[in-house]
Write a protein that binds this ligand. Structure first.
Ligand SMILES: [Cu+2]
Length: 86
């Protein structure tokens, strides 16, 4: 889902198709916000969990690990609609 949107929007020559330039396209930010929200909703579904064995995986080029980014609330934001709010 993630990669295909990059390809559909960017085509052969557009910024979205090329990792070093993708963030220059404004749709990049909307796209990644939606991916983040879908991951959040996926986490709320108790049938899905991230294997604990992956928690210490470092997310290069950042110093954060998977464990650091699992909880959006701890990152300073949340999705109201997921809690039944409008
Ligand atoms: Cu992307």
């Amino acid at each position: 889902m993630h990669n295909r949107v990059h390809g559909y929007v960017g085509g052969l020559c557009g910024d979205m198709s090329h990792v070093p330039f993708a963030a220059f396209d404004p749709i990049f930010w909307a796209h990644h916000c939606m991916i983040d929200r879908l991951f959040y909703l996926w986490q709320l579904d108790t049938k899905h969990t991230i294997p604990v064995s992956l928690y210490n995986t470092v997310l290069r080029p950042f110093e954060l690990t998977i464990e650091h980014v699992l909880n959006t609330y701890q990152l300073g934001y949340d999705y109201a609609s997921a809690r039944g709010e409008t």
